[in-house]
Write a protein that binds this ligand. Structure first.
Ligand SMILES: CC(C)(COP(=O)(O)OP(=O)(O)OC[C@H]1O[C@@H](n2cnc3c(N)ncnc32)[C@H](O)[C@@H]1OP(=O)(O)O)[C@@H](O)C(=O)NCCC(=O)NCCS
Ligand SMILES: [Zn+2]
Length: 200
């Protein structure tokens, strides 16, 4: 059974997986599909039709808008800001109010195991790769490769991180791959040379 706090508002048309907890004042809209063992903290908003995988943690005050997909194991830090319309306007050129059909939504995908630091802003249409990490406050305007760590305004690729969260250090290379080892747990992970060269 999911655990749903009495102050949360969960649509009867949403699917919530076994073991998922939905905390105070959270709202889950119609057609949303949320997997098993997730935690939706206080004041989280999940828009209509959004898909969230298993074992996803979403911290306080996050709105997951239509067009955003969170795969299994994603961490969303407090007050992360997703966006879904790159060129937003409230009104049309003639001054009339835009309706939902006038809204151009781009798909944003946060892949398996990725983590978004507190108050990151994720621009529309961005894909954040498996196990990637965005620093606290990062303004993410481009796709992030798997294991990539992006930092700053606009966010730049600064290196690569292990599934445990710590930095991967270079440990040799072949023609198309950089061999790395985790500074904390010793895991070895191969990073494609093309991605490694994007570090700034
Ligand atoms: C990006 C991050 C992973 C880097 O950790 P780290 O590798 O241990 O880096 P350090 O703390 O050694 O800092 C290295 C440099 O990056 C800078 N830096 C660290 N975090 C930064 C951030 N979020 N944005 C901009 N610069 C940052 C530091 O100021 C330092 O720069 P300096 O050498 O000029 O002083 C970490 O700082 C971070 O932002 N983690 C996310 C935390 C978070 O939001 N958690 C959410 C749950 S509460
Ligand atoms: Zn590690």
């Amino acid at each position: 059974m999911p655990r749903i706090h009495r102050t949360a508002e969960v649509s009867s048309d949403a699917q919530i997986g076994e073991g998922t907890s939905i905390w105070n004042q959270a709202q889950v809209r119609e057609g949303a599909i949320i997997g098993e063992n997730c935690v939706l903290s206080k004041d989280v908003y999940v828009d209509f039709g959004v898909r969230i995988g298993n074992n996803v943690k979403i911290q306080n005050g996050v709105s997951v808008y239509h067009g955003v997909t969170l795969e299994d194991g994603v961490f969303v830090g407090p007050h992360v800001c997703f966006t879904n319309d790159k060129y937003p306007r409230a009104i049309n050129p003639d001054g009339s109010l835009k309706g939902s059909d006038d809204w151009e939504v781009s798909a944003t995908v946060i892949k398996y195991g990725a983590a978004l630091g507190a108050r990151s802003v994720i621009l529309p249409g961005v894909t954040i790769g498996e196990w990637a990490m965005t620093a606290a406050g990062a303004l993410v305007t481009h796709d992030v490769p798997p294991y990539g760590l992006v930092v700053g305004h606009p966010a730049r690729l600064r290196g690569f991180v292990c599934p445990c969260g710590f930095r991967l250090q270079r440990d040799g290379e072949a023609s198309d791959v950089v061999y790395t080892r985790c500074s904390k747990c010793g895991a070895t992970i191969d990073i494609p040379m093309a991605d490694w060269r994007k570090v700034q």
